[in-house]
Design a protein around this ligand. Structure first.
Ligand code: HOC
Length: 394
């Protein structure tokens, strides 16, 4: 049965009440005017479904495979920087919730809990996300650590040659130009949840996951953020995939593809999958919503590679919409961190269960019983965008 809180919107409100403003804004915010951030959400909402009746939908199955892993539904938790600050030992709680809901969890390079802590908390393989930081030896070590922690899927984020302009972060002093002011720090300290107070009072250091060894003064958020922001390597090209392939024996998924030509290039370099993504509207404001870019990419490369999509997906019906446009699955970002911030592991498990129920309901009322059978035929698309089946444009 459904109960309150359950939706991403419920959890966003509760998360904002609990988190210090700089963290809530870091999570919620996007680049520049946040137009793409909003467009991502409305891009899905604008797609109508076709209600069908008197079809045998007694046995609807939401199960699917993502990167060869069996899941209760084709939804994976996206990598989120600093996610582990949204709740105490946040990523460890999140991986337990993901395991309970049987969906893959992705640990970010700039997460808080280190790989071995997440491994100890997990009872299924999780995914690791990579930023190509300038120190390649460190990247090499990270890849080995991730593989040894049982990660079989690497999500390589390719749309962050440098951090996007996040004005909320600048307003809150969480940017690469300098530390938060003393007044701001005091205000933020007063609004900290209990466990962050503990950190402040007892001087127990925050750890910065897998980067702890690499970052000078890594117990300090300001210096961590400044160091990280200088580490993104804007000189990375497609050749880096070859370098990665030599070092990563598992599946390789490229995250941050928005154009057909880049999707084709990803297939050509042998990626096992792609994530159609604009980084949740956090990088180049003004690029199109992922929902509007997905169909052309599916048409161009859908048969050759696994396609995930993220950005603005807020419920199980949005998951259905993405699958109907030809995605093999979705990655969810902010909603999982909202649920984690609001209610920890239990909240995230509940959010994921709600999404599964919503996906099942969408399948039931559109008359489709298996994930693989969801197609554009279940959407009420405007004539100009009509698809005969997933990936084939008229
Ligand atoms: C302090 C770490 O994916 C984001 C992240 C990347 C930035 C890392 C900052 O905020 O979009």
């Amino acid at each position: 049965p459904l109960s309150y809180p359950a939706t991403a919107a419920d959890y966003q409100i509760l998360a904002r009440r609990k988190l210090p403003r700089f963290l809530a804004d870091y999570l919620d915010g996007g680049a520049t005017e946040e137009q793409t951030l909003r467009a991502n959400v409305s891009g899905w909402q604008d797609i109508a479904l076709r209600q069908r009746v008197l079809i045998d939908v007694d046995n609807v199955d939401t199960r699917a495979q993502l990167a060869g892993q069996s899941c209760s539904m084709p939804v994976a938790l996206a990598p989120l920087g600093l996610a582990g600050m949204m709740a105490q030992r946040g990523e460890a709680q999140a991986v337990r919730a993901a395991n309970a809901a049987e969906v893959p969890f992705t640990l970010s390079t700039v997460g808080i809990c280190p790989l071995d802590e997440v491994k100890a908390a997990a009872n299924a393989p999780f995914w690791f996300q990579l930023y190509m930081i300038r120190d390649r030896e460190y990247v090499d070590t990270l890849l080995k650590k991730a593989w040894n922690a049982g990660c079989q899927t690497l999500i390589f984020t390719i749309d962050l040659p440098l951090p996007g302009p996040r004005h909320r972060d600048t307003r809150n002093g969480l940017d690469s130009s300098g530390a938060r002011s003393v007044a701001l720090k005091a205000q933020q300290l007063l609004s900290r949840p209990g466990w962050l107070w503990q950190v402040a009072i007892k001087g127990k250091p925050l750890t910065f996951g897998n980067l702890s060894d690499a970052v000078p003064e890594a117990s300090n958020l300001d210096s961590f953020k400044q160091w990280v922001d200088t580490q993104f390597d804007a000189s990375v090209t497609w050749q880096a995939i070859e370098w990665l392939r030599e070092r990563w024996p598992g599946k390789l998924i490229l995250k941050g593809i928005l154009e057909v030509d880049d999707a084709k290039a990803a297939v050509n370099v042998g990626a096992d999958g792609i994530v159609v993504s604009n980084h949740g509207g956090r990088q180049l404001d003004g690029v199109a919503a992922t929902a509007s870019k997905l169909p052309d990419i599916v048409a161009a490369v859908g048969k050759d590679t696994e396609i995930l999509v993220d950005g603005g997906i807020r419920n199980g019906v949005d998951v259905f919409r993405a699958l109907a446009l030809g995605a093999n699955g979705v990655m969810v970002g902010r909603p999982w961190a909202w649920a984690l911030a609001a209610e920890g592991q239990a909240g995230l498990t509940r959010l994921l269960n709600t999404w599964q129920q919503e996906l099942k309901l969408a399948m039931t009322l559109t008359g489709v019983t298996r994930i693989a059978d969801i197609s554009a035929a279940h959407l009420d698309l405007p004539n100009t965008h009509k698809l005969t089946q997933a990936g084939e444009q008229q």
